[in-house]
Design a protein around this ligand. Structure first.
Ligand SMILES: Nc1nc2c(ncn2[C@@H]2O[C@H](COP(=O)(O)OP(=O)(O)OP(=O)(O)O)[C@@H](O)[C@H]2O)c(=O)[nH]1
Length: 389
């Protein structure tokens, strides 16, 4: 088994896998620069690893410092770039000084090993350092996503490579001092084979992760209003109908709010349409700040919004509506006010009769909103209870 594999060819094959991965990731980045800046880092990683494998493949033809120090440096650096890509992907700070010191120490030890050849030492340092990078990467992905298929796939491959690298580092002392990367051994075959596979698996995992984010973005575009980020009318309708049925089945209360900015036409006419847009965005932020994650917030049309509050009694809903109304607006937009109509959607058998539909609830909240406008605006009006039939 030891002599059947040409290890130089395996190392170059590993680099070629890196290039393929890199081309796909680079393509993803070029198509979606704004959304996937991380893909540039991810693409750079395997490319740098490829350079490293070429430098190492040229061992014997180029000087040892270039082949050993730069080659190994590129391989560790490539893995670090992929890790940094994931930091960018989840908006985490890039790793700082401890990593620089670790890298500097490793380069110094590798330089030393070119004048004082000691293969086991080198073998301990390089896979050891890469295992540390992979463990950090593993921990990062684990913290952000361990439920999606893409993340699980990636986690599996990173874990596999971390184990292979740690194992190689731990068994380094079994090698002869004057051996080198291409000295055939069972461990070397297993190690290089595993690393090539894990690089491919990791690359596929990163592509899947990027694709998952793109899909999510497309889904968001279809269901969210691009100006305010609130659900579109159709998406709100679907979500709220589903939620309302659930509330009614489990006999829990809910409330519905219709919100309309006051004299919004005047804002547009006085300050211009772009300022009107900023007001709408500010208002949407104001509402979101007040709501819980389970509440549904949609743009019903123009400057009219709608909110469904599950598990909320009328008195609590009134307090929430008041909080939205009374919140100060941002300093960079003209002052504006809002009128809110509210209706309680009580469970069957309580205030409201069974089977209150979303349509009926909206009609009630809308009537209350009309009342709020008629009474002078900038206020919350609750629809009379027991009228949701
Ligand atoms: N800037 C901006 N304006 C919008 C948008 N959608 C609707 N509008 C404007 O919102 C205004 C709504 O005006 P009206 O329906 O008369 O209501 P209002 O002036 O708020 O008066 P009341 O509701 O009675 O207080 C119109 O001038 C629309 O052009 C938008 O996306 N951006």
């Amino acid at each position: 088994m030891t002599s059947e594999l040409d290890l130089r060819a395996v190392v170059l094959l590993l680099g070629a896998i890196g290039v393929l991965t890199s081309v796909v990731l680079l393509h993803l980045w070029r198509q979606n620069r704004e959304l996937l800046p991380a893909a540039a880092w991810w693409a750079a990683g395997p490319l740098v690893i490829f350079v490293g494998t070429v430098l190492m493949g040229l061992r014997g033809w180029i000087s040892p410092p270039v082949s050993i120090v730069l080659g190994n440096g590129c391989i560790v650096g490539g893995a670090a770039l992929m890790y940094m890509g994931s930091c960018r992907f989840w908006d985490e700070r890039l790793p700082r000084w401890p990593w620089v010191w670790l890298g500097v120490t490793a380069v110094a030890l590798l330089l030393l090993s070119t004048v004082w050849p000691h293969y086991p030492l080198r073998l301990m340092i390089v896979p050891g350092l890469m295992a540390v990078v992979q463990l950090a990467h593993l921990q990062l992905v684990w913290r952000h996503d361990r439920s999606s298929f893409a993340a699980r796939f990636l986690l599996g491959w990173i874990a596999f490579s971390a184990v292979a690298l740690a194992f190689r580092s731990a068994t380094a002392q079994l090698e002869a001092r004057d051996a080198d990367l291409f000295t055939p051994s069972v461990w070397q075959n297993i190690y290089l084979g595993s690393y090539a596979f894990s690089l491919l698996g990791e690359g596929i995992g990163l592509v899947l992760l990027a694709q998952q984010r793109l899909q999510q973005h497309i889904r968001d575009l279809a269901t969210h209003d691009s100006l305010t980020g609130a659900l579109t009318r159709a998406a709100f309708w679907d979500a709220a109908t589903h939620e309302l049925r659930r509330q009614q089945r489990s006999m829990r209360p809910a409330a519905l709010l219709m919100l309309d900015l006051d004299h919004f036409k005047r804002v547009n006419d006085t300050h211009g349409h772009p300022t009107g847009d900023r007001v709408l965005r500010d208002f949407a932020q104001r509402v979101r700040r007040t709501l819980r994650a389970t509440d549904r917030f949609g743009r019903y049309g123009g400057e009219e919004f709608v909110v469904l509050l599950p598990d909320t009694e009328a008195t609590a809903a009134l307090a929430i509506a008041e909080r939205i109304r009374a919140q100060p607006c941002a300093a960079d937009v003209p002052a504006y006010t809002v009128s809110i109509g509210l209706t309680a959607v009580a469970p069957a058998g309580a205030d409201a009769p069974p089977g209150v539909t979303l349509e009926a609830a909206i009609a009630l909240a809308d009537a209350a909103l009309y009342e709020a406008k008629a009474r002078g605006r900038d206020r919350v009006v609750q629809a009379p209870t027991g009228t949701a039939a």
